[in-house]
Design a protein around this ligand. Sequence first.
Ligand code: 8OZ
Length: 367
Amino acid sequence: MTQSSPALFSPLQLGSIPTKNRVFMAPLTRCRADAQTLAATELHATYYAQRASAGLIVSEATQIHATGQGYPNTPGIFSAAQEAGWKLTTDAVHAKGGNIVAQLWHVGAISHPDFQPNGALPVSSSDYNPGGTIYTQHGKKERVAARPLSTQEVHEMIAAYKHAAEVAKRAGFDGVEIHSANGYLLEQFIRDSINKRSDEFGGSIENRIRFTLAAVDAAISVFGAGRVGIRLSPVSAANAAMRDSDTQASYGALVEALAQRRIAFVHFIEGNTGGARDLTGFDFAWAKKVLTAAGVAYIANNKYDRAMAIEAVESGAADAVAFGVPFISNPDLPERLKLDAPLTPANPKTFYSPGPEGYTDYATMHS
Ligand code: 8OZ
């Protein structure tokens, strides 16, 4: 008798998006956009189409605004050239029967004047300096303190999220994932360790989660709630972000507000991004219950292997599991996991290097 296939390999109705399995591709910054236009290229289309067997692809993080960039050659999603560039990718993924959502991103204070229009200061909730160094086109630089956005400018940034969602829709994406994780702009508003504002976007939890929810609502107004997701990293120290003084209360209120909106999914980085799965400080199982009760999918991420992913979906701890690094070097990851076939290790030296090497040249089992 053949054993029935684990639920990880079964379809999932993700809001309005039907997925063929629950092995998702996590967003992965690869720094290969066109240097002039910051548009995705034919090379991106090839790379993403190679990975179209994922139940869902979440695109690499894409900046919604010129001020949102913090790394070399990360793609944007606000100009006509960027829209045309992404259309190559969404067409190629759809031709292979895949689903792809755009991850909408603003790095806030993680940027540097070298990445900013006119060499201006990066923007944030407050005069926040994340510290450390950053590599720009002019070499290694010390980070600087950001300029707090005015209340009016936060409203303009919410409009920029809406514009980016419109661009994503015209570019043919199946939806968007709001990047509200890893110490970037939206998290710089959520966490009281960073947000020192006294306007409607600072102070109380309700005020600190207002910007994130407004970005979500802007995306909903474009795509409908069933095509909008969000990524959260409640307990992560990525980009040196200090913990909120009450992670459970702040992120708990956010999760409840997202559940009320009946969005498609919440994508959790469980533990420290790309690092230890220490979940202390936030009750992820509680979040799963709240979201499930509202029909919102819970996507789990961070250092899952095959056995962990099968168990997470089988036990009901997650509806789907997103894999990052394994998808870089295994374009046919769902099939390999299903067959329990060996995985090809990824080469970190080519994660952020230009061109096809380490990008589109990883073989499938059948190539
Ligand atoms: C790795 C390198 C650059 C950016 C994130 C978008 O951490 C990123 C990122 C990851 O969410």
